[in-house]
Ligand binder design. Structure first.
Ligand code: TRP
Length: 452
């Protein structure tokens, strides 16, 4: 049975699909705004620590779970630990997929709006204040936010329905390197702006007085979000990997590229933020109100900016595909719906959430829970609670429950591939990851204060 499952076509396909999942709005939209709100360089440092010490080991473990079981995020645990409650990790992940798509599609919709604005030339010739005002008037509207969110969900739906191999592989192979190239160009433009060094020192010169418990939780949440770990996304993808895929190399490649793109985004955004007098704490709109100013200072700005927003939309698409796939594979394999029907069910659920959250900045602005609107609530619940919690469970499951020999055999392709640092990996997984995640949770929830 399991051999009938589709697999990714080539080695490069595996890497591009995983990088495609990891690199997206998390790097270019979420990372700069979280960094801006959390004080800059100190946040970046914590973020990198979380990526290396927690994110990477959890990613390798998700690869192990997926390829060893060759099942979807929930079904995998019924194979590896039958008749236990470990499949909760999968259910948590499937729920997270819906919730993340519910706000991610909204931001992906913003990139489409900006693509069209760039095409029609209405994204040039304005002041920094105009760009900020334009964004909020677009974003507080009703029709266009709903329209673009819906369009983006429809695009994701179509690719998912076409199938794993063709849809995902083809779209990631050409576009990711192009996006990278464009970012390098933007980077050069940004660091040569007047006062660029203020932005660079904000990003690279840590001020540790800015760290508190919520900064640490934000850094951890960002690490999970950006790497696509903690919700079975990479379990699902690695279930399509071939037997000769080098899991360790793939994980390291994905992690390095993902982090590189995030840092590059920071190097583009912060010099511009300070150069144009934008507040680094502007929040979710930061990238959208900053970049038009940078483009405006390039020759042929309409051309550059329209291609850039298109590439960004495609980077977002390769991420939404991976999120959608988690839920679709689950509904299809565990509940006996055809793949097409499963995809429909998922898209419909996401559409409902997406439409509501697209109105969070206008019509539904007043409806808040713990001071968060619907959009922010989805973001907080997933990135800062569900993903780290999923990651905690994965590290305990693979670190403590899985036989070390089985783990090593899978990660080394039955001894044919080398796995450097296996002992370090196992140590991080067994002790560091669960303890770090646990402490950060406890710290943020204020339990320490309670105990005192
Ligand atoms: N990592 C993607 C980004 O940075 C978003 C994403 C895709 C994701 N799949 C995920 C986040 C799974 C968390 C879990 O844009």
């Amino acid at each position: 049975m399991s051999d009938e499952r589709v697999t990714f076509g080539s080695k490069l396909g595996v890497i591009f699909a995983s990088v495609g999942s990891a690199v997206g709005l998390g790097n270019i939209w979420r990372f700069p705004y979280e960094t801006g709100q959390n004080g800059g360089a100190a946040f970046l440092l914590l973020y990198v620590l979380c990526v290396v010490l927690v994110g990477l080991p959890v990613m390798m473990s998700e690869f192990f779970i997926g390829r060893h079981s060759r099942k979807n995020a929930a079904g995998a645990f019924d194979v590896l630990a039958p008749k236990t409650k470990w499949n909760f990790i999968g259910y948590n992940g499937v729920a997270a997929a819906f919730l993340i798509l519910g706000f991610y599609s909204v931001v992906a919709g913003w990139t489409l709006e900006y693509f069209f604005q760039a095409l029609t030339g209405s994204l040039t010739g304005k002041t920094a204040a105009d760009y900020a005002a334009d964004f909020s008037s677009f974003n507080s509207g009703i029709f266009w936010p709903i329209f673009w969110t819906t369009t983006f969900i429809a695009l994701t739906h179509i690719i998912i329905s076409v199938g794993v191999q063709k849809g995902i592989e083809r779209s990631s192979k050409i576009m990711m390197p192009m996006l990278f190239l464009f970012m390098i160009i933007l980077c050069v433009r940004s660091v040569t702006l007047p006062d660029a060094e203020i932005g660079l020192s904000f990003l690279f010169k840590p001020d540790f007085s800015k760290i508190n418990s919520s900064t640490v939780l934000s850094a951890m949440g960002q690490a999970f979000f950006s790497l696509s770990v903690g919700m079975g996304c990479l379990i699902t993808y690695s279930s399509y990997f071939g037997k000769d895929t080098n899991l360790q190399k793939t994980a390291i490649t994905v992690t390095v590229l993902d982090t590189l793109v995030a840092v590059l985004a920071g190097v583009i955004i912060f010099p511009a933020v300070f150069s144009f007098g934008i507040a680094p704490t502007a929040g979710p709109e930061l990238v959208f109100i900053t970049l038009p100013n940078v483009f405006q200072n390039l020759p042929m700005s309409a051309l550059w900016s329209s291609i850039f927003y298109l590439l960004l939309a495609i980077a977002a698409l390769t991420s939404t595909i991976s999120l959608h796939e988690v839920a679709t594979a689950y509904v299809h394999e565990e509940h006996g719906f055809t793949r097409k029907r499963a995809a429909f069910i998922v898209s419909f659920g996401v559409l409902v959430l997406g439409v509501i959250s697209s109105l969070s900045f206008g019509l539904l602005k007043e409806y808040t829970v713990f001071g968060l609107n619907f959009f922010d609530l989805l973001d907080y619940a997933t990135a800062k609670i569900m993903l780290p919690f999923g990651g905690l469970l994965v590290s305990v499951f693979v670190g403590w429950r899985i036989d070390r020999k089985i783990l090593k055999a899978e990660l080394t392709n039955q001894g044919t591939a080398s796995f450097y640092f296996f002992t370090i990996y196992a140590f991080l997984l067994k002790y560091i990851a669960p303890i770090a995640i646990g402490l950060i949770f406890i710290n943020e929830l204020g339990l320490f204060k309670l105990l005192k």
